[in-house]
Each structure stands twice: as C-alpha cells, then as structure tokens.
Design a protein around this ligand. Structure first.
Ligand SMILES: [Zn+2]
Length: 101
C-alpha cells in the first residue's frame, strides 16, 4: 500500500532529468541544477480539438451540400456553410502549423 502511494506520488511529482530532484508540476526549471523541465503530460491542445471539430463540421456540411443537389435543401446555404467552414479549417490548420514551428 505504501509503495503504491509512493508510486502514485511519483507520477504526480515531476523529476528533473538531469539530477533527479523532485519538482512541483508548476516548475518549468529545475530548482537544483537549473535545467529546463520537460512537460511530461501536456494537456490536450485546444487548437487541435478545435481543428478536429471544424474538420467534422466541414465534412458534414460538404455531405449536406452534395445531398442538397438531390433534395429540397438549400444548395446556396449549404454551399456557403461549406465555404465558411473551409476557411475556418484552413486558418485553424495554419494556426496549429505555426505553433509547431
Ligand atoms: Zn535538476
């Protein structure tokens, strides 16, 4: 039990890669040796989730646009939605690309 708790604490606490001293998750630099701390569990990127959501919306509106050709749905409206989503998707892609560099 004690060992389990120790391991759990070990997972929560960050350790310096250089000197293995314990760090708080908030620390970005090792207190002992001053080396930069790598984030072990980066939170899911908001931009990436946004990108995925826009992608699905874009596919949905593209399907609606195709369907509107055969149904009573407004082609202009679904076409406009697809274009807008395409632009949003593009800028989201660019945003994420530039962040990576
Ligand atoms: Zn260190």
């Amino acid at each position: 039990m004690g060992r389990c708790l120790e391991r759990a604490l070990d997972n929560i606490m960050e350790h310096c890669l250089q000197c293995n001293s314990t760090l708080t998750p908030q620390e970005k630099e090792c207190f002992t040796c001053g080396s930069a701390v790598q984030e072990r569990n980066p939170k899911p990127d908001f931009g990436q989730r946004f990108q995925t959501a826009v992608k699905f919306l874009f596919i949905g509106s593209a399907i609606t646009m195709v369907a509107s050709v055969f149904t009573d749905l407004s082609f202009i409206k679904s076409f406009a939605a697809t274009v807008v989503l395409f632009l949003v998707k593009n800028s989201a892609d660019n945003m994420c690309e530039s962040k990576k560099r």
